[in-house]
Design a protein around this ligand. Structure first.
Ligand code: S3P
Length: 171
């Protein structure tokens, strides 16, 4: 039995890409992306959920999904960027495994998300400013992770190795 590996961080921090690669490097580990699970359960995309039912309904689905997967072990769990705004989510995630914050600058994050249109939190006349504001608000919450991983100027492989080494040293 192994604790989970949980990735938190802003939109564009690489949680899903890194999480998927990391899960392949650890024997008997599954990869779970909470946003994908929410979409499967709701049979709707995240933008559709936000538009039809609002952010608070999305957050309820998100908390339910986190609870559901935290009850299992041997998973890399990639979370949505806003999940840390609920203390219950943070507590459930920390209890179920080791939490890693994938940290990146506003410039890096914005470069990665600026050509995408599937993040309703950035449906704003100034998406960069909104991203910056969200990061400022969430940074102290992300810092409650067990480990902060600076992802700037590192390859995906380097980040995956760093996470894997930390996990093996602390599981
Ligand atoms: C959100 C981030 C998204 C998704 C939703 C809300 C946020 O996930 O959960 O659009 O509030 O930052 P990613 O961090 O995977 O983009």
């Amino acid at each position: 039995m192994g604790k989970n590996i949980i990735l938190i961080g802003m939109m564009g921090s690489g949680k899903s890409t890194i999480g998927r690669l990391l899960a392949q490097k650890i024997e008997n580990f599954d990869f779970v992306d909470t946003d994908e699970e929410i979409e499967k359960t709701a049979k709707m995309t995240i933008p559709e959920i936000f538009i039809d039912y609002g952010e608070s309904s999305f957050r309820e689905l998100e908390s339910g999904t986190i609870k559901r997967f935290c009850a299992h072990e041997n998973q890399v769990i990639s979370t949505g960027g806003g999940c840390v705004e609920s203390i219950e989510n943070i507590e459930a995630l920390k209890e179920s495994g080791i939490v890693f914050y994938l940290k990146a600058s506003v410039d890096t994050l914005f470069e990665r998300v600026k050509h995408t249109d599937d993040r309703p939190m950035l449906y704003d006349e100034d998406p960069r400013k909104k991203l910056k504001m969200l990061l400022k608000r969430r940074e102290p919450l992300y810092q409650s992770a067990d480990f902060v991983i600076d992802t700037e100027n590192k390859s995906q492989d380097d980040i995956v190795s760093e996470l894997r080494d930390l996990y093996y040293a602390h599981r």
